[in-house]
Design a protein around this ligand. Structure first.
Ligand SMILES: Nc1ncnc2c1ncn2[C@@H]1O[C@H](COP(=O)(O)OP(=O)(O)OP(=O)(O)O)[C@@H](O)[C@H]1O
Ligand SMILES: [Mg+2]
Length: 256
């Protein structure tokens, strides 16, 4: 059964890595909330700390300052109800495409036949039908991204965290997959957080657009983008204006 969306809150969240004895501050005093059922987009300069933030939201990295709350409770590790599509995709090279797409469902205890059925549907939704028996090494970079997306979408999650899931996909297919993600989000009650470098993608999919500064990542501003999902949004004047607003916010955030 589809779960209700989860609320995610970053409270003065910071992260310092230790690289060969040297402190590398990736995130500093990140403070924002993604309401339950909201679709948020996160955008910011390369290397600022976006992936680090998502890893903390996935419960895979512990903040060194502050905390991450899901539904008001501090995260203490990964949650079963969170689907996470990492930037490096996290595919299993020894498993076939179908087995990879089934992996999350099997982990959740779904019987094999039902998991295979659901995984096939997810693969079809990203245009990978016919590749079920292939291995990740046999796929292009964009196809591998679509496989990771299918694996994430197959799970009945209340929170979907995506780290640049469409970055290697050609422009037209990317728009189709953005529509698929939009449709998927509108049909479910789930919360989603999308990290992207594409201003258009952020404006197309993010009801809230969180703009990060240079490293260490901190919230430079949050832009409301309430027309997400309204008819012809991508082709509207409002869309173009909103893209300009995000571009300007991004330029201010990195002081250019
Ligand atoms: N495991 C790690 N150990 C040490 N430093 C790390 C580690 N992972 C990331 N960093 C550093 O933390 C900073 C933020 O990295 P992160 O991957 O979060 O950035 P990003 O915003 O996702 O970048 P991109 O847009 O290029 O994906 C970078 O300076 C990076 O070198
Ligand atoms: Mg990243």
């Amino acid at each position: 059964m589809q779960q209700k969306g989860a609320q995610v809150a970053f409270r003065h969240t910071g992260l310092v890595y230790n690289r060969d004895g040297q402190a590398v501050r990736a995130c500093a005093d990140v403070d924002f909330t993604v309401p339950a059922g909201c679709s948020a987009a996160v955008i910011g300069p390369s290397g600022c700390g976006k992936s680090s933030l998502l890893l903390m939201a996935a419960g895979l990295l512990e903040p060194t300052d502050g905390e991450v709350l899901v539904n008001g409770r501090p995260l203490t590790g990964p949650r079963r109800e969170t689907a996470f599509i990492p930037q490096d995709l996290g595919l299993f090279p020894w498993k076939t495409v179908l087995q990879n797409a089934m992996a999350g469902l099997r982990f959740h205890g779904m019987p094999k036949a039902a998991a295979a059925q659901r995984a096939r549907e997810a693969l079809e939704s990203v245009g990978l039908e016919g590749f079920e028996r292939a291995y990740p090494k046999d796929l292009s970079g964009g196809m591998r991204q679509r496989l990771a997306l299918a694996r994430g979408l197959a799970i009945d999650a209340d929170l979907l965290l995506m780290d640049e899931p469409l970055s290697a996909i050609d422009a037209l297919l990317r728009e189709d997959l953005q529509d698929m993600l939009l449709d998927f989000w509108r049909r479910s009650a789930r919360t989603q957080v999308l990290v992207t470098h594409s201003i258009e993608e952020a404006v197309y999919l993010g009801q809230v657009i969180v703009v990060f500064s240079d490293r260490p990542a901190t919230v430079a501003c949050c832009l409301d983008n309430p027309r997400v999902g309204t008819p012809d949004w991508r082709d509207s004047d409002g869309f173009a204006a909103q893209c300009r607003a995000v571009r300007e916010a991004l330029a201010r955030a990195v002081d250019r």
